[in-house]
Design a protein around this ligand. Structure first.
Ligand SMILES: Nc1nc2c(ncn2[C@@H]2O[C@H](COP(=O)(O)OP(=O)(O)OP(=O)(O)O)[C@@H](O)[C@H]2O)c(=O)[nH]1
Ligand SMILES: [Zn+2]
Length: 328
């Protein structure tokens, strides 16, 4: 795969970025149509605009700024979507959320993989392969840090019981749905409806099975997208956004082995738990809220019954998962 050098500059999307003043002769694209980026394939962006699927390239004026799946972008030029047509992305709208994957051996830079998703769906099988709680914990950290609501989807209910996993995540208030191949998907549809959800999960947990059940023509639309880019079929490593027939979008993310958690700050993570955040106001400065902190106010809050003990135990478990060398 040809890697886009532009994405190196995703880090400029970090809150502390210094913005370059706009030059006064910068063209004004405020009237340009706003499209949604659904997948990226070797420098070609597939975007949807109204009901059209359009192939676009990045305009030069974007400089080195990255464009990722889920971005809302202004497009100009030939937006007909006709075969062989090519539009230009001239501006990326501010991102509401960003999900990052970690640096790894192949690529030393933490990069944004998906923008603007509301929900992170952590798919784990109840058996074959067996669920790994530590991996779900790290996905939860990634979700909370990204400002996305997590949802755990336990598949292969015909092969195992969900009770143990439920017990681990219930104290955190994390929603869990249980599914099985050929089973009723009503509960899953309800949690996905009208939202943009990113699916993550190890190979073999049943993600494709789930996507095909939710989006019956997913296969067709994947090859359709590739036909539009004119580059034939190949296994893309880019995330791909699929429209749900009952409303909303689901973004599949092949090939992510781990999330970038190196930058996650505890202050940010604890915001997902308002009761803990409240109690932590009484912590000494720089308290890491771990079980070894001598004066952590979270222990006091458990002692006086303000916070259930299992909730603090679960919170500390996900805190600790941040520093493990596990995948995800
Ligand atoms: N018993 C059982 N098997 C299932 C269920 N869901 C999926 N499978 C099987 O598990 C295997 C993996 O399913 P996939 O949907 O391909 O899993 P995936 O997560 O997409 O895996 P990759 O395609 O490798 O990313 C297949 O053989 C499925 O038939 C289920 O609910 N119960
Ligand atoms: Zn503390």
């Amino acid at each position: 795969m040809v890697r886009e050098r532009d994405d190196e500059h995703d880090k400029f999307d970090r809150p502390k970025r210094r913005t370059k003043p706009r030059t006064k002769d910068r063209p004004n694209y405020d009237d340009a149509a706003i499209a949604r980026v659904v997948t990226i394939d070797r420098g070609r962006y597939t975007v949807t605009l109204d009901d059209r699927t359009i192939t676009a390239m990045k305009s030069r004026n974007l400089g080195r700024k990255g464009v990722v799946v889920g971005d809302e972008a202004r497009v100009v030029g030939d937006t007909s979507g006709d075969e062989g047509s090519l539009a230009r992305i001239v501006e990326v709208l501010p991102r509401r959320t960003v999900l990052r994957r970690s640096a790894d051996d192949d690529d030393p830079i933490e990069r944004i993989i998906v923008a603007n998703a509301d929900q992170l769906v952590i798919v784990a099988a109840l058996a074959d392969p067996p669920p790994r709680a530590g991996l779900i914990d790290r996905c939860l950290v990634a979700a909370f840090d990204a400002g996305m609501e997590p949802l755990v989807c336990l598949t292969k209910a015909d092969l195992g019981k969900p009770d143990e996993i439920l017990a681990l995540f219930e104290p955190l208030g994390v929603r869990v749905v249980v599914t099985q191949q050929g089973g009723d998907l009503g509960a899953v549809r309800d949690v996905l409806r009208d939202r943009t959800s990113v699916l993550v999960g190890h190979s073999g947990v049943g993600k494709s099975t789930l996507v095909n059940a939710l989006v019956p023509d997913a296969h067709r639309s994947v090859s359709y997208v590739n036909a539009v880019t004119g580059r034939g079929r190949h296994t893309s490593t880019s995330a791909i956004s699929l429209e749900l027939p009952f409303g909303g979008w689901i973004i599949d993310t092949p090939g992510i082995r781990s999330f970038g958690l190196a930058h996650v700050e505890i202050d940010q993570l604890i915001k997902a738990f308002p009761d803990l955040q409240d109690a932590a106001r009484d912590c000494p400065r720089g308290c890491l809220h771990s079980a070894t902190e001598p004066e952590c106010a979270l222990d006091v809050a458990v002692g006086d019954g303000t916070i259930p003990a299992e909730r603090l135990v679960s919170f500390r478990r996900i805190l600790a998962s941040m520093s493990t060398k596990d995948d995800y």
